[in-house]
Ligand binder design. Structure first.
Ligand code: CP
Length: 293
């Protein structure tokens, strides 16, 4: 039954074990399930990286992937998430990977006996994204202890900001936040607030967040170019970053808004390395989930 709903459900030891396994997969280690195992990826919200990197991870582990599309499934006839998951369990799925727009959708799925891996719930959590962020930072610096990590931008609507901030602190990093006050949502009381000009001077890791337009229900209070100049990682700010400091972004990227387009593939950027690490992390998470079925 043990899946992965939130990173904070795991102990630090479990997180370190997953990261060690992921590191080994990223270096080319292989593992194949001895028995036939079926995994279904249920995505009720759009995705490129998470959905396809789960699929690559599943195929690398020799798992049989059940194709599911919310648009062509009986969800269109009104079938609930619970009944959909129960159906997949009944026909033989061993693990479910689910992305859903509802916060904490997994609370409705307590009657499902197979592991559920959360691929993103509303503004809630995205544990495999947090794990791949941790792996990418660890590969760069060896340890997170005493690193200055600034989480920048749309923290309010981000499903990785809170669990990343909590877990990075537990790993000994100094967490700072930056961005519009309207999107701080209590973060600035818990973590030190810095302006973007201050952030680039102190950061070992600039953790940029996408502006989550699809979750904004109020009218926009900024123009994209103004946002970029005040809160974005501009080309001139990047020049003031510390030697060897790096840039992360979960992607997709709003080029020219939270980050200058020239910086997406610059020397400091680890954005595409994060995506590559996503496969290794998801292999490790799937392998762990399979040990419970
Ligand atoms: N980072 C991330 O979750 O990307 P997708 O929405 O494309 O899966």
């Amino acid at each position: 039954k043990k899946g992965l709903h939130k990173l904070t459900d795991l102990t630090l030891i479990e997180i370190k074990e997953i990261l060690a396994e992921a590191e080994s997969f990223s270096r080319g280690a292989t593992w194949n399930s001895e028995k036939q195992r079926f995994v279904a990826n249920l995505f009720f919200e759009s995705s490129t990286r998470t959905k396809l990197s789960f699929e690559v991870a599943e195929k690398k582990l020799g798992l049989d992937v059940l194709n599911f599309s919310a648009e062509t499934s009986s969800v269109q006839k009104g079938e609930s998430l619970y009944d959909t998951a129960k159906t997949l369990e009944s026909i033989g799925a061993d693990v479910l990977v689910i992305r859903h727009p509802k916060d904490a959708y997994f609370e409705e799925l307590k009657g499902i006996q197979i592991p559920i891996i959360n691929a993103g719930d509303g503004c809630g959590h995205h544990p495999t994204q947090s794990l791949l962020d941790l792996l990418t930072i660890q590969q760069e610096y060896g340890s997170l202890n005493h690193l200055n990590i600034v989480i920048c931008g749309d923290l309010r609507h981000s499903r990785v900001a809170r669990s990343n901030a909590e877990i990075l602190t537990k790993f000994g990093a100094n967490v700072y936040v930056s961005g519009p006050q309207a999107w701080m949502n209590g973060y600035a009381e818990q973590y030190q607030y810095v302006t973007m000009d201050e952030a680039v001077e102190i950061a070992d890791v600039m953790m940029m967040l996408r502006i989550q337009h699809e979750r904004h229900h109020e009218e926009s209070f900024y123009k994209e170019n103004d946002y970029h100049l005040q809160y974005g990682l501009t080309v001139s700010r990047e020049k003031r970053m510390k030697a060897n400091s790096i840039i992360l972004h979960p992607a997709p990227v709003n080029r020219g808004v939270e980050i200058a387009t020239e910086l997406v593939e610059c020397e400091r950027s680890r954005i595409f390395k994060q995506m590559k690490n996503g496969v290794a992390v998801r292999m490790a998470v799937l392998k762990k989930a399979l040990s419970y079925v």
